[in-house]
Design a protein. Sequence first.
Length: 151
Amino acid sequence: MKLNEGMFAAKLYELEQQYGRMQSRLRLCQQEDHKKIRQELQRASDEYRENELLLKSNVESSRSPAVTALADAQLSYFKKAKKILEQELPDYLRGEAETPSSSLAEASALYAEYAIDFAVQSMKYALMSTLKAIDVQMNIEEKETKEGVIL
């Protein structure tokens, strides 16, 4: 695929759509009642599980060792992050404060901030990976042009 064909346009569009949905959902939820928040949490949990199943499938069935390794790394991260949020975070706070519920709320908010930081770091890594792919493609095209071979 040549660079001028927009080899990453579809993925950039998908990223933009996902970011827009997340931003809208968070803005709306900050104005909603507790019942609506729980419904959104359930919906987000369902989407998370769906993505987890997709990653498991990619780990098990991908023909590309690189895709398998990356999917496995994402799956490992998801599992560890979920375990921290659902099991370890409450355990860390037990007996540490006079008001455990306020400590849990504060720790959950801090956890959410770090999850967002991780997403930002993931975007930076995606940029680096994309630039690497473009660099490799350009190297190939330059080599083929020098050799007199045109795609």
